[in-house]
Design a protein around this ligand. Sequence first.
Ligand code: XUL
Ligand code: CO
Length: 447
Amino acid sequence: MTYFQDIPKILYKGPQSSDPFTYRYYDKSRVLLGKTMAEHLRWSVCYWHSFNWPGSDVFGAGTFERPWHPGQTVTEELAEIKLNAAFDLFSKLDTPFFCFHDVDAMADFSSIKEYTANLNNIADKMARKISDTGVNLLWGTANLFGDPRYAAGAATNPDPEIFAWAAHQVRSMLEVTHQLGGANYVLWGGREGYDTILNTNLAQELDQIGRFMTMVVDHKHKIGFTGTILIEPKPHEPTKHQYDRDTATVYGFLQRYGLEQEIKVNIEANHATLAGNSFEHEIATANAFNILGSIDMNRGDPQNGWDTDQFPNNVPEMTLALYHLIKGGGFSSGGFNFDAKVRRQSIDAEDLAYAHIGGIDVLAKALINAAAIIEDGTLDSFVEDRYSRWQDAFGQQILSGELSLAEAADHSVQSNSDPKAVSGRQEYLENLINRFADGGFEGAGNA
Ligand code: XUL
Ligand code: CO
């Protein structure tokens, strides 16, 4: 008997189903473009929003009454009640993966020794749960932002003793992630930035975090962890400015510290929009740099300027995201982690089920749409055609470095060329996408 005892096992029943405890689009073994839906989506439920957040906000206390609820000290016993409930929900949703931060799952601690002991304790219990249920770890991470000691950053802290505490947490969680067979390890630099530039030495802090990332990568190789190390970009919140503000910025950072072959990105939809980018821009940018690792799936609210971490519900938007994801080759070690939380008034166990059912169904429907766009091929051949002149001899000479600026310029002068603009066909392409993404395709896709 657990908190989720009244939630049935969620099964695929097709688009006509009106039972809210069914999947209407997520049919895990349905094959699209040569892979099953489960293989494409590799989705995951996160511990922190679904099992730790008490429903509090800056104006009020927690609204959720979970049996393992924090607010009191999290004992070993409470941590175990939470672990059982979490794996019960994972199994009922039939999710292949989950994610957690060290402090999400373990009992509270008051010293570095107790931290280590409590983490190892829960890791042993979790290992048994993983083998009993077959729900695997998509990624592990360490919380380097919650404790007051990290107020001025973890790796970027002015105090090297705090850097060392962060090193201990990351070493420990990297080893636990390895022990649990995790597919990736994530570093989100929640406070690796500044609240005011008045007290901040940017160059110093960047060198500190550059060194930290190198140490993490070295340790990964030392212990034989074969998963991928991921940085999760976010522009701000909780700090005014975060150093890993978006994918392009992270790529520049990785190149500067020689880490671009070692670390990829975990792109979060709501972080992308906070940075002033679209979600699909971030995916396409990561593809262009070959650093797409994994995705934290959620959405913001266009009227709110903060990280609302809502579950996705916009199929046309997700269709574009899925299109770019598949064009980039899809996930290898990564997946879609629902870094999303139910609203503060959604206080019941069943609300957690509805949220995940809706989220994965939106992704499944978007995947069906994106596969149809790719199979149709019109969009892909349009883009290919648009650049086709670069395949000609002159284009190739430019790209291969054969021509200087003057030689490229002389080509123009000598041929007396007068090239004309051609239409970018934006509206035509938007109409094309709507043919697949507005639901009109739904019947055909599911016939
Ligand atoms: C915060 C956020 C984190 C990371 C993991 O905005 O997204 O939950 O995903 O630390
Ligand atoms: Co996230």
